[in-house]
Design a protein around this ligand. Structure first.
Ligand SMILES: NC(=O)c1ccc[n+]([C@@H]2O[C@H](COP(=O)([O-])OP(=O)(O)OC[C@H]3O[C@@H](n4cnc5c(N)ncnc54)[C@H](OP(=O)(O)O)[C@@H]3O)[C@@H](O)[C@H]2O)c1
Length: 265
C-alpha cells in the first residue's frame, strides 16, 4: 500500500511562496491536499501561483502580501492564518534574498538585509506559530537554509552566516518544542535553478569579471553530477519533512547539493 504522507487538509504557511523553492514547495504540498497560506511582498508572481494551484488542485488558499523584514508581520500572518483556517500545522520558511560579493567590498546594509529577512524573518515566524502548534500538540517547522551554513562560500558570507545561525536555531529549538509534538528541521540546498540564483550569478559576474558560464562552473565543480539542482529536488524534501514519513526526525538538516559539500555525511 502506498505510504500516506498525511498532508491532506493540514494547514501550511509557506513564506516566499510566490517564486523559486517556496513556490515549488507550495505546488508539491497542494498536490497532497494541503491548505496553504502563501506569503510574499509582490502580487504579481503570487497571484498566478494561487490561480495555478486553485485550478490544478482546488487548493484552499490564502495569499498574504507582506514584507517579512517588518517585525510586526509574522504575528499578523499567524493571526490571519488562524482566522481563516483555525489551525497552523506547518511552517515552511522559504523566503530569503541575501546578496554576496567580495568581503571587503560588502557594505553593512547587505549584511543587515541578509539577517533582517532570512534570520529575523524566520525566527519571528517560528515564534509566531509555536503557540498554536503547542496548543494542537502538533507542528512541523522546516526552513530552507543552504549548504553554505556548514561550508561557507567566501563570496556569499552574509547569507552563509545567517544560514549558520539558522542551523543553530533549528537544533536548539527542536529541543525546546519537541515535547509539544513539534519538529524543527532544515533543508540545505546547493546551487538550485531559481530567479534568485540567476541574480546572484549576474552580480558575481559583474563584480569578478567572470562569465556566467565560469561562475556556474565554479559553483558545480565540486559536485559529482556537475549540475545545478532543480527546485523540485528541494521541494520534495520540504514535503517529506512536513509529513508523517519524517515523524521521528527533528533538530537536523538534509543536504540536497548533488554531493558538492566536502564534509562527511
Ligand atoms: N536557489 C538556490 O540555489 C538556493 C540555495 C541554497 C539556499 N537557498 C535559499 O532558499 C531560499 C529561497 O531561495 P529561492 O532561490 O527560492 O529565491 P527566489 O526565487 O528569489 O524566491 C524568494 C521568495 O522570497 C520572497 N521574499 C523576498 N523578500 C521578501 C520579504 N522581504 N518579505 C517577504 N517575502 C520575501 C520573494 O517574493 P517577493 O520578492 O515578492 O517578496 C519570493 O517569493 C532563500 O533563503 C535562499 O537563501 C537557495
Amino acid at each position: 500500500m502506498p505510504f500516506d504522507l498525511k498532508l491532506k487538509d493540514k494547514v501550511a504557511i509557506v513564506t516566499g511562496g510566490s517564486l523559486g523553492l517556496g513556490a515549488e514547495s507550495a505546488r508539491q504540498m497542494a498536490g497532497e491536499g494541503t491548505k496553504l497560506v502563501l506569503v510574499s511582498r509582490k502580487e504579481d508572481p503570487l497571484e498566478p501561483i494561487c490561480d495555478e494551484l486553485t485550478k490544478a488542485f482546488c487548493s484552499d488558499l490564502l495569499p498574504i502580501y507582506a514584507d517579512l523584514t517588518d517585525p510586526a508581520v509574522p504575528d499578523a500572518i499567524a493571526k490571519q492564518a488562524l482566522d481563516k483556517f483555525g489551525r497552523i500545522d506547518i511552517l515552511a520558511n522559504c523566503a530569503g534574498a541575501a546578496q554576496g560579493g567580495i568581503f571587503w567590498e560588502i557594505p553593512d546594509k547587505v549584511w543587515d538585509d541578509a539577517f533582517a529577512l532570512k534570520f529575523f524573518g524566520t525566527v519571528r515566524m517560528m515564534r509566531a506559530v509555536i503557540p498554536a502548534m503547542r496548543q494542537q500538540k502538533y507542528g512541523r517547522i522546516v526552513t530552507i537554509v543552504g549548504d553554505t551554513g556548514k561550508q561557507p562560500n567566501p563570496r556569499l558570507l552574509p547569507g552563509s552566516s545567517s544560514n549558520a545561525a539558522l542551523l543553530a536555531v533549528t537544533k536548539g529549538l527542536a529541543d525546546e518544542v519537541g515535547a509539544d509534538g513539534i519538529s524543527v528541521n532544515a533543508v540545505n540546498p546547493g546551487p538550485t535553478k531559481t530567479g534568485r540564483i540567476t541574480t546572484l550569478f549576474d552580480n558575481l559576474s559583474r563584480d569578478t569579471g567572470k562569465s556566467l558560464a565560469e561562475i556556474e562552473a565554479d559553483f558545480t565543480k565540486d559536485s559529482p553530477f556537475k549540475t545545478m539542482g532543480d527546485p523540485v529536488d528541494v521541494a520534495r524534501i520540504v514535503v517529506f519533512l512536513c509529513s508523517d514519513a519524517a515523524s521521528n526526525i527533528t533538530g537536523t538538516s538534509i543536504l540536497t547539493d548533488g554531493g558538492r559539500s566536502r564534509t562527511l555525511a
